[in-house]
Write a protein that binds this ligand. Structure first.
Ligand SMILES: [Zn+2]
Length: 330
């Protein structure tokens, strides 16, 4: 939550340039809408902007990060900065009304007030209407930052009253770098961007014991399939089925397996291949040399079909038996 300007600019250059301009030219809008998928830094950017707005010693567009206001915003304790998130599944009218009541008072410590609403698309209809009134009549010194992953769910009337800043999704490589900064191992940091684009989720997964074992089993299954396919069914019964019991777990297993074949295909077609399972590179390389591209693509399709069947509630064991038979062929 406490990334500095330069770090966030490296991830979201366009958005940060827009904010920098509005600060330097003294044209800060009353309401910003930051939209972008999970992990694009919406919350971090809004807190950075809050710090700049309330900082006692700002330097041009940048807050000092050191003063009492910067520190209180980082710890969520500034009396004039309000952060709202869904209470359960939605943001309720009472939450917006609470804000409105707060905003009729003047700032506790300054003449400014800021509210940040996370997942603003999750507002109930009556909460949206209350917010709309709020946005229609901005008073001096009140600022809003709305955050959303799904701008298409917002009322046009809300969007039109905000300056919209679109955040771009991170590339797998950028996300991997972020994860390395969060102390994930190279193996985890390289893999996670293909499973989630949320840094928080990636960190949780990397710490999850079930997931760690799941990955080992997937690699073992791949090795069985490519070196001693006649043992694949036995492997499914003895090792796979007991570990991947739930549908969600089976999905993760199939995704991990598909990424191995994706690696093989990448080795076949890319000049500078970025391998996810780089610690298995020798094995993947020899597979890439032995099989044709068409065969690898066919195997990826087989796994995709299995994922679809999983969605239609097919029995996991039957599905995996069929899958390994299909993957053994050719
Ligand atoms: Zn400061």
């Amino acid at each position: 939550m406490n990334k500095k300007w330069g770090e966030l600019e490296g991830i979201q250059p366009t958005a940060l340039r827009m904010l920098k301009n509005s600060i330097v030219k003294d044209r800060v809008a009353h309401a910003y809408l930051l939209e972008g998928s999970k992990g694009t830094g919406k919350k971090e950017i809004s807190f950075l902007f809050a710090k700049r707005l309330f900082c006692l010693n700002p330097h041009e567009h940048e807050p000092c990060y050191e003063c009492i206001n910067c520190k209180r915003i980082d710890s969520g304790n500034h009396p004039d900065v309000h952060f709202i998130e869904p209470d359960g599944l939605s943001i309720k009218k009472e939450q917006v009304q609470y804000l409105q009541a707060e905003f009729t008072k003047t700032g506790v410590e300054s003449n400014k007030k800021l509210y940040i609403i996370n997942h603003v698309d999750k507002m109930t209809v009556s909460a949206s209407n209350s917010l709309l009134k709020f946005l229609e009549e901005p008073t001096d010194g009140t600022y809003a930052i709305l955050l959303t992953e799904t701008i298409q769910k917002l009322l046009d009337t809300i969007i039109s009253r905000c300056q919209v800043i679109s955040l771009r999704s991170l590339t797998e490589k950028q996300l991997a770098e972020q994860l390395m900064n969060h102390n994930l191992s190279r193996a985890d940091a390289t893999l996670m961007p293909y499973l989630t684009n949320s840094i928080t989720e990636a960190i949780e997964l990397s710490e999850d014991e079930w997931f760690g074992l799941a990955r080992k089993l997937v690699i073992q299954l791949y090795e069985v399939l490519t070196t001693r396919p006649q043992q694949a069914l036995l492997f499914i019964h003895e090792k796979w089925v007991p570990h991947f019991k739930e549908k969600e777990q089976a999905h993760i297993g199939l995704n991990l397996l598909m990424l191995l074949y994706r690696d093989v295909l990448t080795l076949q077609v890319e000049e500078e291949p970025m391998i996810i399972y780089f610690y298995k590179e020798d094995h993947l390389k020899s597979h890439a040399l032995q099989a044709t591209q068409q065969k690898i693509i066919a195997k990826i399709e087989v796994i995709l079909r299995a994922k679809n069947k999983l969605n239609s509630n097919m029995n996991i064991q039957l599905l995996m038996e069929q899958l390994v038979l299909d993957l053994q062929e050719g």
